[in-house]
Design a binder for this molecule. Structure first.
Ligand SMILES: [Fe+2]
Length: 307
């Protein structure tokens, strides 16, 4: 298996942390990592796609093909020719093959931790949340408003039914976003690693605080040396650190996301297709449902990173 992230010695409890490529002081490790990352970068969304004949029983070769793509790009797309056999339980067991077991039971999720993404037009609370409408969703990583302990490390989407039109996801490996910024100026990365870089303000319902302020870095490195990103491009309900370095970093990141960079891959999931990823940057275009053709995706968020 290709492993380009973990520094030597990582993964063992009490092992000394050796500066990995994301440490701004580690120039040699960074340059070696950067070279490899660019050499392995998939050039098209098709290069990420793996056919899996039976999601309930993937073969070792199918599993290895997904792992190989995730090691390169932090994401893989999968497609099964037998979507009629896919249940929520099958999706959970498929995710578990890659070490994804600790499901995030977010507010929109059902009891099994699986969230149904579809347009909800009744009076439920979901109606006020964009994922349950057909409107576009800005670039983000999932769970940026979660506590540091409950960050979303990975994510699976599965398409039961595409929309009649639209519903495309743009995808950008967050490690490439880091690479782009560090190459331009390491100070941009340093600003986004500040523990107060981005705060999601408290969510108040009447006079009750549902969620306190959630300050945190955009980029962070876990104890195994893996890069994590929490980010939203939305303008409302986000408070950025008020200094020049953060403004410059945020602008540089937005420029990349708004660009036609070949690093940004685009896919509209079709029936039987899914995405599994280490919570890479993504957005979603708006879409149109027609009677008999209404978009329905399942989403599973995990506190585990893919292994
Ligand atoms: Fe998302």
């Amino acid at each position: 298996m290709i492993c380009i992230n973990a520094p030597a010695g990582a993964g063992r409890d009490n092992a000394p942390m050796i500066p990995g490529p994301f440490d701004l002081r580690a120039d040699a490790a960074w340059r070696a990592w950067r070279e490899r990352k660019l050499a392995l970068r998939p050039e098209s969304v098709e290069a990420l796609l793996v056919e899996v004949a039976d999601l309930a029983n993937p073969t070792p070769a199918e599993e290895a093909a997904i792992r190989e793509r995730v090691a390169r790009a932090n994401m893989a797309l999968f497609a099964t020719p037998r979507p009629e056999r896919v249940t929520r339980e099958v999706l959970r067991s498929f995710a578990a093959r890659f070490g994804l077991r600790r499901l995030d039971h977010n507010e929109g999720a059902d009891e099994d931790g699986v969230t149904v993404l579809r347009v909800v037009d009744d009076a439920q609370w979901r109606r006020t949340y964009i994922p349950y409408t057909n409107r576009p969703i800005h670039w983000h990583t999932d769970g940026y408003y979660n506590t540091p302990e409950a960050q979303i490390r990975s994510l699976m989407l599965y398409c039961e039914r595409p929309a009649a039109e639209g519903g495309e996801n743009a995808l950008l490996d967050h490690e490439l976003a880091y690479l782009h910024l560090r190459e331009r100026d390491p100070a941009l990365v340093a600003a986004l690693m500040h523990p107060q870089a981005m705060t999601i303000p408290a969510n108040r319902v009447a006079d009750h605080i549902e969620r306190p302020d959630r300050p945190g870095p955009v980029f962070s490195v876990d104890r195994h040396g893996h890069l994590h990103m929490r980010y939203t491009k939305r303008q409302r309900n986000v408070v950025w650190r008020d200094d020049e370095a953060t403004r410059a970093a945020r602008a540089a990141l937005e420029n990349l996301l708004d660009s036609d960079s070949p690093w940004i891959l685009r896919a509209t999931l079709q029936r039987g297709q899914g995405l599994v990823c280490n919570n890479v940057l993504h957005d979603r275009s708006g879409f149109t449902d027609h009677p008999g053709q209404t978009r329905l995706l399942y989403r599973l968020r995990f506190h585990d990173r893919m292994t």
